[in-house]
Design a protein around this ligand. Structure first.
Ligand SMILES: Cc1cc2nc3c(=O)[nH]c(=O)nc-3n(C[C@H](O)[C@H](O)[C@H](O)COP(=O)(O)O)c2cc1C
Length: 383
């Protein structure tokens, strides 16, 4: 009853606010939200309030019981099935590691939302973090397409770098959520295999050495939003090499998940799945965004998320699940791409999912709303 009230009020309020928010460009709205989140991060009271909302909105998943033992996926037990995907809580860009570390030393919130967002939505994958800081792409890098509930971006892996991110999270270790993931990626433009491996190993080591042991690490092999890395690392050989490097660095301390692009051929998904299974990866996230021409300049590509990604993400998940079944692999497939409501979530047939665009189109409690819709129509369908 209280859950219904909170979720309905949240949607009504967000629907009223959305026209105002959407009057701003996607980039401006994002920047303002990040400023608000930094304020909320710094307030114990605000975070306690957000945690209360979480407990009501996500009931009964948030109170594991003998009947609900959690969602088991990729070597992790989750309190509910939907995780906020990488890209939202990823931090500011910096031009150098020294600058990023100096900001941490000054006590700045270099990863806005690190505390407030998990308090409100529960499961979050932080990052992507590259080994060194990145400023990302200049100019307009984010667009909305409300008619299809899509977002397009070419943020270009803007982030504070693994060392500063680890140092920042280590300072706030006491307030980190119980369950969270960290997404890491090779720096765009790096193509020397030895350097790629070193970057991945060092990024993982920096977090672990500073006592930041996430519930899972995700190795992002799929970054279409930078000029210099259109293909990413999605050949079987490259995936095998990077997964093996990450797994050996993790040394069994935490599971590894891998994130792939949409739009690959069935054979390529099968090969990447094989490489993942044989190196010890425990879950595949399918998918990242789909590279398409941007509205401002059709010669420049940006990654599409949301409604316009949904069909490709479904195909990718189906392809991976088919290969998994055929080979009897024991790896999980986590759906990501256009999960917007109970039906789109159910259609993937996956145990767990990740979402980003739903947050923009349905508000902060999108995951709770979608999980509730899913339960409601599952009940109707089985009657
Ligand atoms: C603005 C923006 C930034 C993103 N940044 C990252 C990132 O840094 N790393 C990553 O793995 N995925 C990133 N993503 C992709 C999302 O994690 C997710 O895979 C994608 O948005 C598809 O989910 P959706 O259709 O629910 O939005 C980003 C997406 C958006 C919209």
């Amino acid at each position: 009853m209280v859950q219904k009230f909170v979720l309905e009020s949240s949607e009504t309020l967000y629907n009223a606010l959305k026209p105002l928010l959407f009057r701003l460009t996607a980039g401006e709205a994002h920047a303002r939200v990040l400023r608000l989140l930094a304020l909320a991060d710094s307030s114990a009271l605000a975070c306690a309030l957000l945690r209360w909302v979480y407990r009501v909105a996500f009931a009964p998943h948030s109170r594991p019981s003998p009947e609900f033992g959690g969602v088991h996926v990729g070597g992790v037990t989750l309190d509910h099935p939907l995780i906020l995907a990488a890209g939202f809580v990823k931090g500011h860009g910096f031009t150098s590691e020294a600058q990023a570390l100096a900001a941490v030393e000054r006590g700045e919130d270099i990863i806005p939302g690190w505390r407030s967002i998990p308090a409100l939505v529960g499961l979050v994958e932080f990052g992507s973090f590259t080994r060194y800081p990145r400023m990302g792409n200049p100019g307009v890098v984010m667009w909305r397409d409300p008619a299809t509930r899509s977002i397009q971006n070419r943020v270009g892996l803007k982030n504070p770098g693994a060392r500063a991110a680890a140092a920042f999270l280590a300072r706030h270790k006491r307030h980190l959520p119980r369950t969270f993931g960290i997404n890491i990626a090779v720096s765009p433009g790096v193509s020397d295999p030895a350097q790629e491996e070193t970057e991945i190993r060092e990024a993982i080591r920096l977090f672990l050495d500073m006592g930041i042991v996430p519930s899972w690490f995700t190795l992002n092999l799929s970054c279409p939003n930078t000029e210099d890395d259109p293909g990413a690392n999605q050949t079987e050989a490259s995936a095998r090499r990077l997964c093996a490097a990450a797994i050996s660095e993790l040394n069994g301390r935490t599971p590894l998940w891998v994130k792939l692009s949409p739009g690959l051929a069935d054979e390529q998904y099968a090969a990447l799945l094989r490489a993942a299974v044989e190196t010890g990866v425990q879950a595949i996230i399918a998918t990242n965004t789909l590279a398409q021409p941007t509205p401002d300049n059709p010669l420049v590509l940006g990654g599409v998320a949301g409604g316009r990604l949904y069909a490709s993400a479904c195909e990718a998940v189906t392809s991976l699940l088919r290969a998994k079944l055929h080979e009897r692999y024991k790896i999980d497939v986590i759906a990501c791409g256009g999960i917007a409501d109970g039906r789109s979530w159910a259609s993937f047939g996956a145990t767990a999912g990740q979402y980003y665009s739903a947050l923009i189109y349905r508000g902060a409690l999108a995951a709770a709303i979608i999980e509730r819709e899913y339960e409601q129509f599952s009940r109707v369908d089985t009657r």
